[in-house]
Design a protein around this ligand. Structure first.
Ligand code: HEC
Length: 199
Protein backbone atom coordinates (compact mmCIF):
# COMPACT_ATOMS: atom_id res chain seq x y z
CA UNK A 1 0.00 0.00 0.00
CA UNK A 2 2.75 2.43 1.00
CA UNK A 3 4.63 1.52 -2.12
CA UNK A 4 1.66 2.27 -4.36
CA UNK A 5 1.13 5.62 -2.65
CA UNK A 6 4.78 6.50 -2.95
CA UNK A 7 4.79 5.64 -6.64
CA UNK A 8 1.59 7.61 -7.22
CA UNK A 9 3.04 10.65 -5.43
CA UNK A 10 6.28 10.46 -7.37
CA UNK A 11 4.57 10.57 -10.68
CA UNK A 12 2.85 13.93 -10.07
CA UNK A 13 1.03 15.78 -12.77
CA UNK A 14 1.87 14.88 -16.34
CA UNK A 15 4.97 16.84 -17.27
CA UNK A 16 5.67 17.95 -20.81
CA UNK A 17 7.97 15.56 -22.65
CA UNK A 18 11.44 17.11 -22.74
CA UNK A 19 12.85 17.82 -26.17
CA UNK A 20 15.11 15.11 -27.56
CA UNK A 21 18.74 16.03 -26.88
CA UNK A 22 20.52 17.53 -29.83
CA UNK A 23 22.94 15.01 -31.36
CA UNK A 24 26.59 15.73 -30.66
CA UNK A 25 28.66 16.43 -33.74
CA UNK A 26 30.26 13.16 -34.80
CA UNK A 27 33.93 12.70 -34.01
CA UNK A 28 36.09 10.97 -31.43
CA UNK A 29 34.17 10.24 -28.24
CA UNK A 30 35.57 12.22 -25.36
CA UNK A 31 35.00 10.02 -22.34
CA UNK A 32 37.58 11.28 -19.93
CA UNK A 33 40.56 13.48 -19.40
CA UNK A 34 43.77 13.32 -21.37
CA UNK A 35 45.41 11.62 -18.37
CA UNK A 36 42.76 8.94 -18.34
CA UNK A 37 43.16 8.33 -22.05
CA UNK A 38 46.91 8.05 -21.63
CA UNK A 39 46.47 5.48 -18.84
CA UNK A 40 44.09 3.51 -21.04
CA UNK A 41 46.56 3.61 -23.93
CA UNK A 42 49.34 2.32 -21.67
CA UNK A 43 47.12 -0.53 -20.48
CA UNK A 44 46.41 -1.54 -24.09
CA UNK A 45 50.14 -1.49 -24.84
CA UNK A 46 50.91 -3.59 -21.73
CA UNK A 47 48.29 -6.15 -22.76
CA UNK A 48 49.63 -6.18 -26.32
CA UNK A 49 53.20 -6.79 -25.12
CA UNK A 50 52.05 -9.71 -22.95
CA UNK A 51 50.36 -11.43 -25.91
CA UNK A 52 53.54 -11.02 -27.99
CA UNK A 53 55.71 -12.33 -25.18
CA UNK A 54 53.49 -15.38 -24.65
CA UNK A 55 53.29 -16.11 -28.38
CA UNK A 56 57.04 -16.02 -28.87
CA UNK A 57 58.09 -17.89 -25.70
CA UNK A 58 55.67 -20.73 -26.38
CA UNK A 59 56.72 -21.05 -30.02
CA UNK A 60 60.37 -21.13 -28.95
CA UNK A 61 59.68 -23.76 -26.33
CA UNK A 62 57.73 -26.03 -28.72
CA UNK A 63 60.19 -25.80 -31.57
CA UNK A 64 63.16 -26.23 -29.21
CA UNK A 65 61.60 -29.35 -27.68
CA UNK A 66 60.77 -30.78 -31.11
CA UNK A 67 64.32 -30.24 -32.34
CA UNK A 68 65.72 -31.88 -29.24
CA UNK A 69 63.54 -34.95 -28.89
CA UNK A 70 60.95 -34.99 -31.70
CA UNK A 71 57.21 -34.39 -31.63
CA UNK A 72 56.33 -37.09 -29.12
CA UNK A 73 58.83 -35.80 -26.56
CA UNK A 74 57.65 -32.23 -27.10
CA UNK A 75 54.17 -33.04 -25.79
CA UNK A 76 55.08 -33.64 -22.13
CA UNK A 77 57.46 -30.65 -22.40
CA UNK A 78 54.53 -28.44 -23.48
CA UNK A 79 52.29 -29.91 -20.83
CA UNK A 80 54.85 -29.15 -18.15
CA UNK A 81 55.90 -25.70 -19.33
CA UNK A 82 52.91 -24.05 -21.05
CA UNK A 83 51.13 -23.10 -17.80
CA UNK A 84 54.35 -21.68 -16.27
CA UNK A 85 55.24 -19.70 -19.39
CA UNK A 86 51.65 -18.40 -19.57
CA UNK A 87 51.77 -17.13 -16.00
CA UNK A 88 55.23 -15.63 -16.55
CA UNK A 89 54.09 -13.63 -19.59
CA UNK A 90 51.73 -11.69 -17.32
CA UNK A 91 52.49 -9.58 -14.28
CA UNK A 92 50.77 -8.13 -11.23
CA UNK A 93 48.39 -6.09 -13.38
CA UNK A 94 48.42 -8.10 -16.58
CA UNK A 95 46.85 -11.51 -17.24
CA UNK A 96 47.35 -13.35 -20.50
CA UNK A 97 46.26 -16.69 -21.91
CA UNK A 98 45.34 -18.75 -24.97
CA UNK A 99 41.96 -20.15 -25.70
CA UNK A 100 40.01 -21.89 -28.43
CA UNK A 101 36.59 -23.37 -29.17
CA UNK A 102 38.43 -26.71 -29.47
CA UNK A 103 40.57 -26.95 -26.38
CA UNK A 104 43.34 -29.41 -25.73
CA UNK A 105 43.69 -28.38 -22.10
CA UNK A 106 40.31 -27.43 -20.55
CA UNK A 107 42.18 -25.18 -18.09
CA UNK A 108 42.86 -22.81 -21.02
CA UNK A 109 39.20 -21.78 -21.45
CA UNK A 110 39.82 -18.20 -20.32
CA UNK A 111 37.28 -15.50 -19.41
CA UNK A 112 33.73 -15.37 -20.75
CA UNK A 113 34.33 -12.36 -23.04
CA UNK A 114 37.06 -14.37 -24.79
CA UNK A 115 34.79 -17.38 -25.19
CA UNK A 116 32.08 -15.09 -26.61
CA UNK A 117 34.49 -13.75 -29.23
CA UNK A 118 35.61 -17.29 -30.12
CA UNK A 119 32.00 -18.47 -30.46
CA UNK A 120 31.13 -15.49 -32.67
CA UNK A 121 34.03 -16.32 -35.00
CA UNK A 122 34.01 -20.11 -34.82
CA UNK A 123 33.09 -20.61 -38.49
CA UNK A 124 35.76 -18.23 -39.81
CA UNK A 125 39.28 -18.72 -41.05
CA UNK A 126 42.21 -16.80 -39.64
CA UNK A 127 42.32 -14.23 -42.44
CA UNK A 128 38.61 -13.43 -42.01
CA UNK A 129 38.93 -12.13 -38.47
CA UNK A 130 40.57 -9.20 -36.76
CA UNK A 131 41.55 -8.80 -33.14
CA UNK A 132 39.93 -6.45 -30.67
CA UNK A 133 41.17 -3.82 -28.17
CA UNK A 134 38.71 -2.41 -25.65
CA UNK A 135 38.56 -0.70 -22.29
CA UNK A 136 35.94 -2.35 -20.09
CA UNK A 137 35.39 -1.82 -16.37
CA UNK A 138 38.79 -0.24 -15.78
CA UNK A 139 40.80 -2.77 -17.73
CA UNK A 140 42.19 -3.12 -21.21
CA UNK A 141 40.97 -6.28 -22.92
CA UNK A 142 42.60 -7.43 -26.10
CA UNK A 143 42.23 -10.40 -28.41
CA UNK A 144 44.74 -11.47 -31.03
CA UNK A 145 43.66 -14.29 -33.36
CA UNK A 146 45.95 -17.35 -33.67
CA UNK A 147 46.61 -18.95 -37.01
CA UNK A 148 47.22 -22.65 -37.65
CA UNK A 149 50.56 -22.78 -39.40
CA UNK A 150 51.97 -25.84 -41.22
CA UNK A 151 54.40 -26.44 -38.33
CA UNK A 152 51.52 -26.82 -35.86
CA UNK A 153 49.80 -29.63 -37.73
CA UNK A 154 51.98 -32.45 -36.34
CA UNK A 155 50.06 -31.96 -33.08
CA UNK A 156 46.86 -30.18 -34.19
CA UNK A 157 46.24 -31.41 -37.77
CA UNK A 158 44.09 -34.17 -39.21
CA UNK A 159 46.93 -36.53 -40.09
CA UNK A 160 48.64 -37.04 -36.75
CA UNK A 161 51.01 -39.99 -36.62
CA UNK A 162 50.20 -42.83 -34.29
CA UNK A 163 52.91 -42.31 -31.67
CA UNK A 164 52.00 -38.60 -31.40
CA UNK A 165 48.31 -39.40 -31.11
CA UNK A 166 49.01 -41.92 -28.35
CA UNK A 167 51.05 -39.36 -26.43
CA UNK A 168 48.36 -36.69 -26.88
CA UNK A 169 45.54 -38.94 -25.73
CA UNK A 170 47.54 -40.02 -22.69
CA UNK A 171 48.35 -36.46 -21.63
CA UNK A 172 45.00 -34.89 -22.66
CA UNK A 173 42.12 -37.37 -22.46
CA UNK A 174 39.66 -34.60 -23.38
CA UNK A 175 41.68 -33.25 -26.31
CA UNK A 176 39.52 -31.50 -28.92
CA UNK A 177 42.35 -29.59 -30.63
CA UNK A 178 42.94 -31.76 -33.70
CA UNK A 179 41.56 -31.80 -37.25
CA UNK A 180 42.85 -28.33 -38.15
CA UNK A 181 44.29 -27.27 -41.51
CA UNK A 182 46.85 -24.53 -42.19
CA UNK A 183 45.12 -21.14 -42.34
CA UNK A 184 42.38 -22.12 -39.88
CA UNK A 185 41.61 -19.93 -36.91
CA UNK A 186 43.05 -21.97 -34.04
CA UNK A 187 41.89 -19.63 -31.30
CA UNK A 188 43.10 -16.46 -29.65
CA UNK A 189 45.71 -15.06 -27.37
CA UNK A 190 43.92 -12.73 -24.98
CA UNK A 191 45.15 -10.33 -22.32
CA UNK A 192 43.78 -7.95 -19.74
CA UNK A 193 45.71 -5.09 -18.14
CA UNK A 194 44.44 -2.83 -15.37
CA UNK A 195 44.12 0.83 -16.28
CA UNK A 196 46.27 2.49 -13.66
CA UNK A 197 45.79 6.11 -12.71
CA UNK A 198 49.17 7.78 -13.02
CA UNK A 199 50.12 10.43 -10.50
C1 HEC B 1 54.58 -30.83 -30.14
C2 HEC B 1 53.15 -30.71 -30.28
C3 HEC B 1 52.56 -29.34 -30.52
C4 HEC B 1 52.82 -28.48 -31.55
C5 HEC B 1 53.80 -28.65 -32.69
C6 HEC B 1 51.94 -27.35 -31.37
N1 HEC B 1 51.16 -27.53 -30.25
FE1 HEC B 1 49.65 -26.31 -29.61
N2 HEC B 1 49.44 -27.46 -27.97
C7 HEC B 1 50.14 -28.60 -27.70
C8 HEC B 1 49.87 -29.03 -26.34
C9 HEC B 1 50.48 -30.23 -25.65
C10 HEC B 1 48.96 -28.08 -25.81
C11 HEC B 1 48.37 -28.03 -24.41
C12 HEC B 1 49.25 -27.12 -23.53
C13 HEC B 1 48.68 -26.92 -22.16
O1 HEC B 1 48.55 -27.89 -21.43
O2 HEC B 1 48.38 -25.76 -21.86
C14 HEC B 1 48.71 -27.12 -26.87
C15 HEC B 1 47.86 -26.05 -26.72
C16 HEC B 1 47.67 -25.07 -27.68
C17 HEC B 1 46.80 -23.93 -27.51
C18 HEC B 1 46.00 -23.56 -26.27
C19 HEC B 1 44.57 -23.91 -26.32
C20 HEC B 1 44.27 -25.36 -25.99
O3 HEC B 1 43.76 -26.03 -26.89
O4 HEC B 1 44.55 -25.80 -24.86
C21 HEC B 1 46.89 -23.21 -28.67
C22 HEC B 1 46.14 -21.91 -28.98
C23 HEC B 1 47.84 -23.88 -29.52
N3 HEC B 1 48.28 -25.03 -28.91
C24 HEC B 1 48.23 -23.41 -30.76
C25 HEC B 1 49.32 -23.94 -31.45
C26 HEC B 1 49.88 -23.30 -32.63
C27 HEC B 1 49.40 -22.03 -33.27
C28 HEC B 1 50.94 -24.08 -33.00
C29 HEC B 1 51.93 -23.82 -34.12
C30 HEC B 1 52.60 -22.56 -34.12
C31 HEC B 1 51.01 -25.21 -32.08
N4 HEC B 1 50.01 -25.09 -31.16
C32 HEC B 1 51.92 -26.25 -32.19
C33 HEC B 1 50.98 -29.27 -28.56
C34 HEC B 1 51.52 -28.73 -29.70
Amino acid sequence: MWLILALACNRGPQEPTPLAPVAEPSGPVDNGSATQRKAEGSAIVAAELATKKLGSTLKQRVSGAMKEGGTVAAIPACQADAPTLTAAAGSEHVTVGRSSTKLRNPANAGPEWVQDWLQDNSDKRFDQVTGTSDIVEGEARIIRPIQMEPGCLACHGSNIDEATQTALSAAYPQDKATGYAAGDLRGAIWATAKVQASE
